[in-house]
Ligand binder design. Structure first.
Ligand SMILES: *Cc1c(COP(=O)(O)O)cnc(C)c1O
Length: 383
């Protein structure tokens, strides 16, 4: 059978995937009787492992929101007060007309693009955008071109060349890139967009929301262009320690998405309890500037250690790749880190390009100081 052959080939290449079995204990992971520091989680602010915060939520959440299922789509009977309140909070904090929430970032990215992009649309997407964005592009009727990663000279010339031939161009990028941890110049992209009336900007802040910007609103806040991004998206599943995703956009676009976005219309809404938790967290985002500062400090030191070990380090964020090259080598290196008590996982093709297998250090504000020091030393020794 072809499936059997595929699995066999993956195993030969060192690319076979399985679901890891690990027990969680706050910032720690237990596996085979060993306790390791979790360096593979997206709990960037340490909120998912903050028991006191969760206790406060359980004490304060009103009866009205204690519902474990929405039991239908937002468009039928699944649209609860909790959903409306969260969207009003988001629109207010971002200073935009409106916001719309979804079941996940994957739903957002596979739903918005097919809804707004038609056959007269050209999508220009960074070569390294997340799989969910690639799937959204594929599901749309648009033509698309992937520009070289962060090559804005190429992007500018593509826009110049094609803007007259298409009804609309949508530039699609992440802000903090998931695999290299580098950061897109959103303000410059907004400037490019301003030069053409038919160019729109779609930005996925999955790894930046909560973490970057003075109030935790992401790179768009940090770079002062919150109002200029037509579709400003993010997930609640990472730093915000919850589940679901959002877009902030114009009221017109929101109304349109409610009518045309299949991954919103044809799926059960998130349970009010989860939505209430997201709102509880988002309301407090401003209070966690100390965690953002701590995370930035840890990340700076780990990036420095990677450079000292002789690895090129494109990262400008709390996502720090340690590029090893070949998949087998990355697996060995990950196993070595795990023996030292750091739960790091190898990232291999097809998630990253062939020959760039890596360890992906996903740092969080809750890492104990002594462990950060020990990790830095281990990386510099480069065993
Ligand atoms: C994690 C991630 C998503 C998916 O978000 P979920 O809410 O987990 O479905 C989308 N885009 C990017 C860039 C991501 O890193």
């Amino acid at each position: 059978m072809k499936e059997e052959q595929t699995l066999h080939a993956l195993e030969q290449e060192g690319n076979l995937r399985t679901l890891p079995e690990a027990r969680h204990d706050g910032i720690w992971i237990w596996q085979d009787g060993q306790r390791m520091l979790n360096l593979s989680s997206n709990d960037y602010l340490g909120l998912a492992s903050d028991a006191a915060l969760q206790d406060e939520f359980w004490r304060s959440v009103p009866e009205r929101d204690r519902l474990l299922s929405a039991s239908s789509s937002r468009l039928l009977t699944g649209n609860f007060t909790a959903h409306r309140e969260l969207e009003a909070l988001l629109a207010g904090r971002f200073g935009r007309e409106s916001a719309l929430t979804f079941s996940s970032g994957y739903h957002a990215n596979t739903g918005i693009l097919p809804a707004v992009a038609d056959a007269h649309t050209l999508i220009l997407a960074d070569k390294l955008v997340h799989a969910s964005l690639i799937d959204g592009i594929r599901l749309s009727a648009a033509q698309s071109i992937r520009y070289r990663h962060q090559d804005y000279r190429q992007l500018r010339s593509l826009v110049e060349k094609h803007h007259a031939a298409f009804g609309r161009i949508i530039i699609v990028t992440e802000s903090v890139f998931s695999m290299d941890g580098d950061v897109a110049p959103l303000a410059a992209l907004a400037e490019l967009k301003r030069m053409y009336p038919n160019v729109m900007l779609y930005v996925d802040e999955a790894h930046a929301i909560g973490v970057r910007g003075r109030h935790g609103l992401g790179i768009a806040e940090e770079q002062g262009c919150l109002r200029e991004i037509d579709f400003l998206c993010g997930t609640f599943g990472k730093a915000l320690a919850s589940v679901g995703a959002y877009v902030v956009c114009s009221r017109l676009m929101r109304d349109y998405l409610v009518n045309r976005m299949r991954t919103l219309i044809f799926t059960t809404a998130l349970p009010p309890l989860n939505v209430a938790w997201t709102r509880f967290v988002f309301e407090r985002l401003d209070d966690w500037a100390d965690r953002r500062v701590r995370l930035a400090s840890i990340a700076g030191r780990v990036r420095e250690a990677v450079r000292q070990a002789g690895s090129p380090c494109p990262s400008e964020s709390h996502i720090v790749p340690l590029v090893v090259g070949e998949s087998g080598k990355a697996m060995l290196k990950a196993a070595g880190m795990q023996r030292h008590g750091f739960y790091v996982l190898p990232v291999r093709p097809p998630t990253v390009p062939e020959g760039t297998s890596r360890l992906r250090l996903s740092l969080t504000a809750s890492l104990p100081e002594a462990e950060v020091v020990r990790m830095g030393e281990l990386i510099v020794r480069n065993e």
